[in-house]
Design a protein around this ligand. Structure first.
Ligand code: UD1
Ligand code: UDP
Length: 363
């Protein structure tokens, strides 16, 4: 019996492992357990996904009390250490690029547990992003690399990882979209917000580089002011962004805008329904670049780079940073139906988790 412990901590982590329990149960030789670090703890950033996607509750849940990034890492590492001491996994799986990923990877390494990394090999080549450092350190101590797109294979090869360690399996975030498609289409969110399909755009913003300063937030507000002259805009606000808007006392600049629908972070099914029926999405999220590519909905990413280049080269994504003229030109292309054509990347077919557990069953 092989004991596998998967560690999640944040909203995107949870959305990437929704098929793990189901696939692991196909193998008598595998016992799979889930640990939630508590990095994301609000109902609408964590619990909502377990309840609406009917996921088995985590086997282990940490309660962290983190006022700084360092205390967050330390708390998570100590909590995972205790779980590993009692549960004694043979292998740990870490997900994505968040602080919980790094903390769990370090514990695995220090406690001599074999480590697999889901979504490994992605690189923005921008070391000012905390996630890029998390990816580089995690991959430097990973044994088994599960990769979503070809660029990841190339990056890992360039970092001298061996071909037999690298598995291009596709994208487990897309597995979730495929598995819950019927439920996504049944969401009443458009009716609730009194919106018609293709009559609105959808925005999310939460990268520290964009939202942590007053200047950054004012740039976002400038983009919102332009967009809402053209179309209604739905903006579910990430707690980091919400806190920063309050800190810099910018609420008034948003609340007076009649074409802006501000809301709390949405549940997964509502949010995916909003993507599906939007005219376009404007974001700085990692995962949403991939989900819009799968849905072939135009996505404008307000960042200078992406660690997911296939969403630009194959998919529906365009990187624009905060160049308002370019944003206007791209939005006009979308309105006039002359935006680029796009396709779905190889292996983004809803079966990535299945491929992962096939690999794990043969270890
Ligand atoms: C984290 C990840 C980021 C990922 C994002 C997904 C790191 C370094 N960053 O960013 O890569 O894109 O999650 O959403 O790991 N907060 C709440 N409730 C919550 C979670 C957070 O109120 O459930 C607030 C708290 O004030 C917290 C702040 O948001 O201090 C930031 O949370 P944190 O998890 O540190 O980083 P994120 O910005 O969420
Ligand atoms: N998401 C959601 N509700 C929202 C915003 C996002 O369910 O209000 C989902 C989104 O569909 C995707 C994931 O959260 O599956 C992306 O998380 P986020 O943008 O916070 O993180 P990133 O991908 O940038 O790390």
């Amino acid at each position: 019996m092989q004991k596998i412990l998967t560690v999640v901590g944040t909203r995107p982590n949870i959305i990437k492992i929704t098929r793990f329990t189901h696939e692991s149960q196909k193998y008598l030789s595998i016992e799979h357990s889930l640990l939630h670090t508590g990095q994301h703890y609000s109902q609408n950033m964590s619990d909502v996904f377990f309840s609406e996607l009917q996921l088995k509750q985590p086997d282990f849940v940490l309660k962290i009390n983190a006022s700084t990034v360092v205390s967050q890492l330390v708390n998570i590492m100590q909590g995972i250490e205790q779980t590993v001491q009692s549960y004694k996994p043979d292998l740990m799986i870490v997900v994505g690029d968040v602080n919980s990923t790094l903390a769990a990877a370090l514990v695995a390494n220090k406690m001599n547990i074999r480590l697999a990394h889901l979504e490994s090999g992605l690189r923005s080549f921008d070391r000012s992003m905390p996630e890029e450092i998390n990816r580089i350190i995690t991959d430097s101590i990973t044994d088994i690399f599960f990769v979503t797109e070809q660029s990841g294979v190339e990056n890992l090869t360039n970092e001298n990882k061996l071909p037999e360690q690298i598995f291009l399996v596709g994208n487990t975030m897309i597995d979730t979209l495929v598995a819950y498609d019927e439920h996504i289409k049944a969401s009443p969110i458009l009716h609730n917000l009194q919106l018609k399909p293709a009559s609105y755009a959808l925005m999310t913003m939460h990268r520290p580089g964009n939202v942590d300063t007053k200047e950054g937030l004012l740039k976002i507000i400038e983009v919102i002011d332009y967009l809402t002259q053209r179309i209604r805009l739905v903006f579910p606000i990430h707690p980091r962004t919400f806190n920063k808007i309050k800190e810099f006392d910018l609420q008034n600049k948003l609340s007076a805008n009649k074409n802006l629908i501000l809301m709390d972070p949405a549940g997964y099914l509502d949010f995916q329904n909003l993507i599906l029926h939007s005219l376009f999405v404007i974001t700085d999220s990692g995962g949403i670049q991939e989900e819009t590519t799968f849905r072939q909905i135009p996505c404008i990413t307000l960042r200078p780079n992406t660690e997911r280049p296939c969403t630009v080269s194959i998919g529906s994504n365009t990187l624009l940073n905060f160049d308002l003229d370019k944003i206007k030109a791209t939005v006009e292309q979308i309105f006039s139906n002359t935006y680029k054509t796009c396709a779905i990347p190889p292996l983004w077919d809803g079966k990535a988790t299945e491929r992962i557990f096939e690999v794990l069953s043969k270890l």
